[in-house]
Design a protein around this ligand. Sequence first.
Ligand SMILES: [Zn+2]
Length: 297
Amino acid sequence: MKWVIVGLLVSRMLVLVPPVLAQTTSLAGVIDFHVHSGPDSRPRSVSDLEIARIAKRAGMRGMVFKNHFTMTADRAWLAMQEVDGIEIFGGVALNHAVGGLNAEAVRQLVAFSGGRGKVVWLPTFDAEFWMTRAGDPGEFVPVMRNGRPDPALAEIFDLVAEHELVLAMGHSSPEEVLALIPEARSRGVQRILVTHGLGQQPSRVQLAEMAEQDAIIELVWLAVGNGEFSLSDYAEAIREIGAEHFLLSSDLGQEMNPLHPDGLRAFIDGLRREGIADADIDLMIRRNPAQLLGLEP
Ligand SMILES: [Zn+2]
């Protein structure tokens, strides 16, 4: 590292300041696995095309477009036609809007031209756990029936396995996640992501069990931005469970929130301040997302 001599006299001593303090944190090679953008039925800060351009300019390697109500593989492909040199993927969240646990929605995800469909989220806003916790009296999309994984998941897991997709746990409860992972594994699913893994408030034992079953646990910047968790909560979990089991993403795109690259930079800087090593951050924000998406690490 080159050190800059700053002509600063403190108590008659010359002070050396590392230039990194004056630099912006690099997002080169970074993949944001959790990008919200418009059009959407919720207010978003940017459109798909805008965030593709912004992410490219920030030097990012890739993104996954997430929408709770519609498939995003088509939008990912269109954005890639407009913005060169960035990998964009899409997926489908199995909420009511696509028919719930509907295997045909997954079949269409992978059949759409462009081949950008890569992630299947189990129900998010329509998840039983989520709705119950929010006091929402509406009809949910259950993932468990009589204590067993819903039979409709069998075909869905088979498709996820066959097409090497990522199975993301959506807003399922920690208990459901721990019941669903072995079921998915038994049907050949390789890539499992626990969506904003601390958000469903698993115990440390449950979290460790998810990691032991080789699921990647997602930590999102949004939850720090809105005060749900602190960076030291995240740092503690990373130290306890091991960085190799985590993925860092933004979950940004809400109308009033900062843009995704700004959130990711704050995330990296904040974890560094908490003492997380650069090699571990690199693993969580570059290599683990790349591996899940089948890209070169
Ligand atoms: Zn989200």
